[in-house]
Write a protein that binds this ligand. Structure first.
Ligand code: SF4
Length: 126
């Protein structure tokens, strides 16, 4: 993944959530033997039309997350990538108050999480 950075770390409670890092970490600087997606949320530059989740002029993944997932926090979390985040730009706080429940690898997804991921999701629920 080119120019990827880690911006949040997974935490576990009754459901997995992410905690946001004060500063992003260049993914290339992380240990090579680390299964990065099992530990961190990663961000990368939006590929727009080269991404399966991009429809017309918007991110359909962000739209599905807002449509299918309930908010999990009442205030937007501090986030090191907000100024560049497409979800924030398109969905604002509706995306941010749902974002902490989004993880790359989900071994026991709910029906809502499956609907939010979509058939063409760039991140895959396994
Ligand atoms: S949706 Fe909000 S909290 Fe999630 S990555 Fe974007 S700016 Fe950060």
């Amino acid at each position: 993944m080119g120019e990827a950075s880690a911006f949040a770390i997974l935490t576990e409670g009754s459901r997995v959530r992410v905690g946001y890092l004060r500063e992003r970490i260049d993914a290339a600087s992380l240990p090579a033997n680390l299964e990065i997606a099992a530990v961190f949320r990663l961000s990368a530059k939006c590929m727009e039309g080269r991404c399966a989740n991009f429809e017309s002029d918007h991110c359909a993944l962000a739209a599905r997350i807002v449509e299918h997932l309930e908010p999990v926090v009442t205030r937007i979390p501090p986030c090191a990538i907000r100024s560049e985040c497409r979800w924030w730009r398109e969905k604002g706080s509706d995306a941010c108050i749902r974002c902490p429940q989004v993880i790359t690898r989900n071994t026991s997804p709910t029906s809502r999480e499956i609907a939010a991921a979509g058939e063409k999701a760039a991140f895959k629920i396994s």
